[in-house]
Ligand binder design. Structure first.
Ligand code: GLN
Length: 484
């Protein structure tokens, strides 16, 4: 394999800065490989010609102070990119060209990143397998007909297949961590309010957070440092002093207290996941951490609460797609008919299911019984974490209850699909950060991830723990080029 493709972000930046590599060479290498990736179906929109031009421009006038000096990056197609199609993987936005740039992507370009293209995902980020996309499902580079996870499935697949050195995703209930776990990559869901939501197509506004997806923890720290910023354009952005996450990264976690929540030992959990978790515990102990049993008593209510709160917010957010303001418009006999046809033809089945659930739980008569109740449960879940953090510094759990499954395996059973998020969803409800790192393989050689959950705004701590574990795990992804 070409050496460039195997380099981490940190190494690539170093080599570009030392003039051992040019941005053009690096960009061209990732474009060449991306052009062979049609079978994976990761790109919705390619930006290759422009990327190459920008790389040449960078080389002519390099600014080596920039943190992503001349690095090509493909991003999830949920981030608005000025003058470049942004679809949210939906027919309703098939031809939508934003006139503005999301703050997160803007932060990437300001630090010298170069846009390679827009990556496939579940429609409006609703899904766990990248099968709800209007542009077709994504395959995992780990095997034909295998899902890469979702909703940031295109991002995870592109990253694991070395089509982009790093990528960004969004995580409303697990959409960064679950695909990271399925593809043997690292994914961080930051604290709510840490990364701006401005210019990201909204799914459930009180849960959505963007975050880095990378090959290792160092890259994750650097990318997080770049994308996290206070933003006046997002009223939920929190103004706090961001750290130098990469410079401050340390593998010394001696004396850290790590909680193991007994409620995450769910019914029917496979032995492999159980063993992986135990392996994580042993690694932490070897590194000098203290492992403590804890309880998060309301965990079993997280998934039902999420599937009320998220659709409720989605139904409200998606009301704007009426055929007038954005994108696709169907022909109708009158205004109401046009609205109805636009939305019936423009949205896919999963999105319609969410809108129906959302409007139902918000309707008068059901609001108190469902929506209000779910909000109260959400508070209890947050309180559980607050109580736990009186005793521990972080929490270790598996990232997902299983490894990647086959395309089509769960499409007719939404509840079993929703169960995939059982370990990730509580974190979004509580607004706290969590990282998934690759930690082992199942009996079929597929990656399995472990999740480290932190206190609000304590990303440095979970990055450090992840870094320490990564060095002991020495995970190797078993990627073949079957798809070329
Ligand atoms: N799989 C979850 C859902 O479908 C989470 C999606 C996400 O995090 N965007 O809602």
């Amino acid at each position: 394999m070409n050496g460039i493709l195997d380099l981490t972000l940190v190494k690539l930046v170093e080599k570009i800065k030392n003039r051992e590599l040019s941005s053009e060479e690096v960009t061209k290498t990732f474009i060449d490989r991306s052009q062979k990736s049609k079978k994976l179906n990761v790109y919705i929109t390619e930006n290759f010609d422009k990327a190459l031009e920008e790389a040449k421009n960078f080389d002519q006038k390099p600014d080596f102070k920039k943190k992503l000096a001349g690095i090509p990056i493909a991003v999830k197609d949920l981030f608005c990119t000025k003058d470049l199609k942004t679809t949210a993987a939906s027919k309703i936005l098939e031809n939508f060209i934003p006139t503005y740039e999301s703050t997160i992507t803007d932060n990437l370009w300001k630090e010298g990143g170069i846009l390679l293209g827009k990556l496939n995902c579940d429609e409006f980020a609703m899904g766990s397998s990248n099968e709800t996309s209007y542009f077709g499902n994504v395959q995992s580079p780990l095997g034909a007909n295998l899902v890469p996870g979702g909703s940031s499935g295109g991002s995870a697949s592109a990253l694991a297949a070395n089509l982009t050195p790093i990528t960004i995703g969004t995580d409303t209930g697990g959409s960064i961590r679950q695909p990271a776990s399925f593809t043997g990559t690292v994914g961080l869901k930051p604290t709510y309010g840490s990364c701006s939501r401005y210019g990201i197509v909204a799914f459930a506004s009180s849960l959505d957070q963007a975050g880095p997806m990378t090959k290792d923890v160092k890259d994750c720290s650097l990318l997080f440092e770049v994308i996290s910023s206070y933003d006046k354009k997002d009223s939920t952005s929190v103004d706090f002093k961001r750290g130098n996450y990469l410079n401050n990264l340390t593998n010394s976690i001696k004396g850290k207290k790590i909680g193991i929540p007994k409620e995450y030992r769910v019914d029917g959990m496979s032995k492999e996941i159980e063993e992986l978790w135990q392996k994580g515990v042993n690694i932490l102990k070897d590194a000098g951490a203290e492992v403590i049993d804890i309880s998060l008593p309301n965990t079993s209510y997280a998934l039902p609460a999420y599937y009320i709160v998220a659709p409720a917010e989605a139904s409200s957010n998606l009301a704007r797609y009426d055929g007038v303001k954005y994108g696709f418009r169907a022909k109708g006999d009158n205004l109401i008919d046009m609205y109805e046809k636009t939305r019936s033809e423009g949205f896919g089945n999963e999105v319609k299911r969410r809108i129906m659930i959302g409007t139902y739980v918000l309707s008068s008569g059901y609001y108190d019984a469902y929506y209000l109740k779910a909000q109260k449960v959400r508070r209890l879940i947050k309180n559980d974490f607050d109580d736990a953090y009186k005793k521990v510094d972080a929490i270790l759990t598996p990232s997902t209850p299983n490894s990647a499954f086959k395309i089509g395996e769960k499409t007719n059973d939404p509840v079993s699909m929703y169960l995939n998020d059982i370990f990730t969803v509580p974190v979004n409800l509580a607004g706290i950060p969590a990282i998934s790192i690759p930690a082992g393989h199942d009996s079929n050689g597929l990656p399995l991830g472990l999740q480290i959950i932190g206190k609000a705004f304590d990303e440095q701590n979970i990055l450090n723990i992840a870094f320490s574990m990564e060095q002991q795990i020495k995970f190797k992804n078993k990627i073949t080029d079957w798809w070329i």
